[in-house]
Design a protein around this ligand. Structure first.
Ligand SMILES: *Cc1c(COP(=O)(O)O)cnc(C)c1O
Length: 377
């Protein structure tokens, strides 16, 4: 098996994999399961900054959380502001439209993070929106938006926020108390569990708004309201994926047992960027660098496929390509969650050095050594 250094799914530690093989109860009929689910959700809420916000873990891949947030908030004709400085950012417009909303795209340079000063100026004249969507780390381009400033700014104008932090949380700090109304996460990124679970952390304001709807939600599976009284009623809208949840619980324990996690993501990401730049490789972002993924430009004359194949066949390491407008020009190293460790990153940078050199790129220094050196500083 090769080493995953992709921008999700990430490597999954053995204790998480083993937990998924445990004997399990009937999740529909055993009150202990409801208690277990409830406690796991509460633990997640606390980890994300607030016990007042309710977390729901959904049986579905990360995308389900984004869709469920839009499905449950949007009523036909609602105006929604879609903050767009990346592929996932723009993608929210589709979910808004599917559920009858009217998206307004606020599109800015994909090489940079959203600028709160420019956004404030825009909001002064345009703030008649029910909610706004934004992405914490826009993974295909490796851009990090400062949600701790942007969400309170939206709140100032009376706009609720839906934040996709699937590729950032647990690798970047997140505090839902900073004006986040629905925070969306997934199991397969920095949490380092396999793909299969999405979760949403919901503010009291967002619950209130969803419960006040005058039209029914145009979905069953993506309707968050079906969970509104699951604990009181001891009833789930569908059989919960209990084995996924066992793995998930252990993945959360791994996070709690690792207080240096955020610092390590910062250090490794920064050393990765320094090494690439010292070697003469351009980063895709010009500012707003994510610490969970580094997106870099494919050197002149080379193709993404040749580099990805060389990494996999000669070194047993899988990196990520990119997609959409970046498909032919951007590659990514996913240093999130369990991938984010010194040993694997040093090996990855050394391997990348060899692959690029073999393909004829002229590097200004050895990428593995530059990575080591930068970490030492
Ligand atoms: C990975 C990811 C998701 C989840 O969807 P995938 O199907 O795994 O692509 C959602 N948002 C972001 C920003 C992601 O990086």
């Amino acid at each position: 098996m090769y080493k995953l250094m992709t921008a999700g799914p990430t490597q999954v530690p053995e204790n998480v994999r083993l937990a998924r093989s445990r004997v399990f109860p009937n999740p529909d009929q055993d009150p202990k399961f409801v208690e277990f689910y409830h406690n796991t959700c509460r633990q997640l809420s606390s980890l994300l900054g607030s016990a007042e916000h309710e977390t729901l873990i959904l049986g579905g891949e990360g995308i389900l959380g984004l869709e469920a947030a839009c499905a449950t908030l949007t009523e036909p004709g609602d105006c929604v502001l879609v903050l767009d400085n990346g592929i996932f950012g723009a993608g929210f417009a589709d979910f808004v439209r599917i559920y009858g909303g009217i998206p307004t795209l606020y599109t800015t340079d994909y090489h940079r993070e959203l600028d709160p000063i420019a956004l404030r100026a825009y909001l002064e004249n345009h703030h008649d929106f029910k909610y706004a969507t934004l992405v914490h780390c826009d993974t295909p381009s490796g851009i990090l938006n400062d949600i701790s400033v942007l969400c309170p700014l939206l709140k100032e104008f009376g706009i609720l926020s839906v934040v996709d932090s699937v590729a950032a949380m647990f690798g970047e700090p997140v505090d839902v108390k900073n004006g986040i109304d629905i925070l969306c996460g997934g199991s397969q990124k920095a949490l380092s569990a396999p793909p299969g679970l999405a979760f949403v952390t919901i503010s009291p304001d967002a619950w209130h708004l969803m419960k006040q709807r005058s039209t029914p939600v145009a979905s069953f599976y993506a309707n968050l309201l079906t969970f509104a009284t699951y604990y009181e009623d001891q009833w789930f809208p569908y059989s919960m994926p209990v084995s996924d949840l066992y793995g998930f619980e252990v993945a959360l324990e791994n996070v709690l047992a690792d207080p240096k996690r955020i610092m390590r993501h910062r250090e490794i990401a920064s050393a990765c960027r320094s090494a690439l730049e010292a070697g003469g490789i351009s980063l895709y972002p010009e500012s707003g660098y994510a610490n969970t993924v580094t997106a870099f430009c494919v050197p002149e004359g080379l193709t993404p496929k040749a580099i990805l194949d060389g990494m996999l066949k000669n070194h047993g390491i899988m990196l990520s390509g990119s997609f959409g407008p970046f498909a032919e020009t951007v590659l990514r190293i996913g240093h999130m969650g369990a991938n984010c460790n010194y040993k694997d990153m040093e090996e990855t940078m050394g391997a990348l050095n060899n692959v690029l050199s073999d393909l004829g790129a002229s590097l200004h220094c050895h990428l593995g050594e530059a990575f080591r050196l930068s970490l030492a500083h």
